[in-house]
Design a protein around this ligand. Structure first.
Ligand code: 6GU
Length: 254
């Protein structure tokens, strides 16, 4: 998968050289390219923002640098490049006013050959930029949660990490992505319960004996029980959704 990230803070993405994603890049599974938006400005101060039409607080990102950046990055696919000849990327615009980012959405994005992220700062990017891009490529606005970040960079890191670990060959153990809380087909979308490793006794705290029993049926039942307990405590609305989903097609008075 190819990922282009357009930002005024390319240094923000240094962590993408580390760990799982750094290894995936070295292995050629992930082709991540960073672009400084200011390289598409033409004034002495490399201006990327201006005051909002209609008034109000803060600044809005100007359309011209974004238009040129997207033309340069998304307009000219390399023949035989990571995304293939004639490919068009999907443009992802992280914004608190986007539609919610979920594990299911990450799975769909992980099936794309080429993503471009447009990281806005200030009060966002002039809305004509996404409208113009949508004439040539699919565009989605994505929010990672109900809170406001200072810019799209950290949201992009979240999305890139979530998507990357779903790519074939990125995780050491392909099972671990299937087992995740929120993965489709995970323990019915329950949260994961507690986990333990050696030693069996640490600071007078014991690992639950069932995990040492070798009885795989008993271990599975205990894990499901603990997953239910954790979900009831931390995310009770997920249990209610599970109950409703599980009774789909049935009258709840049945
Ligand atoms: Cl994607 N961007 C910003 N700036 N704030 C956010 C967000 C994104 N998601 C939640 N808050």
């Amino acid at each position: 998968m190819r990922i282009d990230i357009i930002t005024i803070f390319p240094d923000y993405f240094a962590p993408l050289e580390l760990s799982l994603i750094g290894k995936a890049r070295a292995a050629g599974i992930l082709d991540i390219r960073l672009h400084d938006l200011r390289s598409w400005t033409h004034d002495r101060h490399n201006t990327v923002d201006d005051t909002p039409y209609g008034g109000g607080p803060g600044m809005v990102m100007k359309p011209e640098p974004w238009g040129e950046a997207l033309d340069a990055v998304a307009g000219a696919p390399e023949p035989g490049g990571a995304a293939g000849p004639g490919a068009v990327p999907r443009l992802v615009v992280p914004t608190p006013s986007g539609t919610p980012f979920t594990q299911e959405r990450a799975k769909r994005l992980s099936e794309e050959p080429w993503l471009v992220f447009a990281c806005g700062r200030y009060e966002g990017i002039d809305s004509r930029v996404a409208a113009d891009a949508a004439r040539r490529m699919p565009v989605e606005e994505v929010s990672i949660g109900d809170y406001v970040l200072a810019g799209g960079e950290s949201a992009t890191l979240v999305i890139v990490e979530t998507v990357s670990r779903l790519l074939p060959g990125v995780l050491g153990n392909a099972e671990s992505a299937v087992q995740d809380s929120f993965a489709a087909g995970a323990m019915e979308n329950l949260l994961e319960g507690p986990v333990f490793t050696k030693p069996a006794r640490w600071r007078d705290l014991e690992v639950p004996p069932v995990l040492l029993s070798g009885d795989h049926g008993a271990v599975d039942r205990w894990r499901r029980h603990e997953a239910l307990r954790k979900t009831a405590r931390n995310r009770p609305e997920l249990l209610r959704a599970l109950a409703e989903g599980g009774m789909a097609g049935l009258d709840r008075t049945d």
